[in-house]
Design a protein around this ligand. Sequence first.
Ligand SMILES: O=P(O)(O)OC[C@H]1O[C@H](OP(=O)(O)OP(=O)(O)O)[C@H](O)[C@@H]1O
Ligand code: HPA
Ligand SMILES: [Mg+2]
Length: 163
Amino acid sequence: MSANRYRKDFSITWDQIHRDTRDLCARLYPREFKGIIAITRGGLIPAGLIARELNVRWIDTISVTSYDHMNQGQLNIIKPFDPVVGDGEGYLLVDDLVDTGKTARAVRELLPKACFVTIYAKPEGRPLVDECITEVDQDTWIQFPWDMGVSYVEPLVDQFNKD
Ligand SMILES: O=P(O)(O)OC[C@H]1O[C@H](OP(=O)(O)OP(=O)(O)O)[C@H](O)[C@@H]1O
Ligand code: HPA
Ligand SMILES: [Mg+2]
């Protein structure tokens, strides 16, 4: 699927993702988990924050590739999780967001009993996760802080004087 399905932007700051992840932890508490499995790469940041809040020390990853920036390609699992995880029972599976649900569906199949959480969700993927914090429209591209930088913005009067 191509980038032009996205019509809106929703920018998230580091503060915001930190607060949203803490809110997610408050929903999960007092559940206890044997470990966390982060879906790389986007799941690594919320997984680290959740591990701190819920005091989980056992952390693993499943590495999935599918997007080249906004263009969705073929999904590949390039690193599996530790076989000790079994069907996922008692484990927390974490990603930053669910969009079309393609990634979530593939990982869910491998770990049907894990508790699956994301911080952000779009409607097509929402039914695949057990918990999320913020839902955005399907045609919105979520801009994460690790994909952005601080840069100069021209004063409004100068922008208007050009037209
Ligand atoms: O619901 P979907 O349509 O499958 O999209 C969601 C997935 O896309 C992003 O990962 P991406 O493949 O961009 O890789 P990254 O985590 O390494 O950035 C995001 O982190 C999710 O894992
Ligand atoms: O909205 C998004 N933002 C960042 N990465 C993504 N990967 C799939 N959808 C998105
Ligand atoms: Mg990802």
